[in-house]
Ligand binder design. Structure first.
Ligand code: 5GP
Ligand code: ZN
Length: 107
């Protein structure tokens, strides 16, 4: 989507501090971190939110979670961490490109 900020980050058109990328997803540091480690994991494909997810997206969603877990380990969140997916206006979502927040304190 041409007017989506996270699509632009995934395409490299606007800068972000990347933590990981592959053919399906990109992870980067939140611009306004709410924890010492605050990462966002997004699909490269524009999916606005969980409200738009279909059954066929299950492998992609699983991959996003596996990447989130790997990045949490790599960033020292060995005692645990929070993951959060805000969904829709009523769910507090502000950027309408699906993303998993990973928040924690390195040990
Ligand atoms: P939401 O409420 O939609 O789940 O959270 C969106 C998150 O994206 C917020 O934590 C916000 O700080 C982050 N964010 C918004 N714009 C940008 C940006 O341009 N770059 C980065 N790295 N994070 C952003
Ligand atoms: Zn997008």
């Amino acid at each position: 989507m041409s007017d989506c900020i996270f699509c632009k980050i995934a395409a490299g058109d606007i800068p972000a501090t990347l933590a990981y990328q592959d053919d399906q997803c990109v992870a980067f540091h939140d611009i306004q971190p709410k924890a010492p480690v605050h990462l966002l994991v997004i699909p490269r494909r524009h999916i606005a939110s969980l409200l738009e997810v279909e059954a066929a997206d299950a492998p992609l969603l699983g991959h996003l979670l596996a990447v989130a877990a790997r990045l949490a380990r790599e960033h020292g969140l060995t005692a645990g961490y929070k993951t959060q997916i805000n969904t829709g206006h009523a769910g507090g979502q502000e950027v309408f490109h699906l993303h998993i927040h990973v928040l924690g304190q390195p040990q």
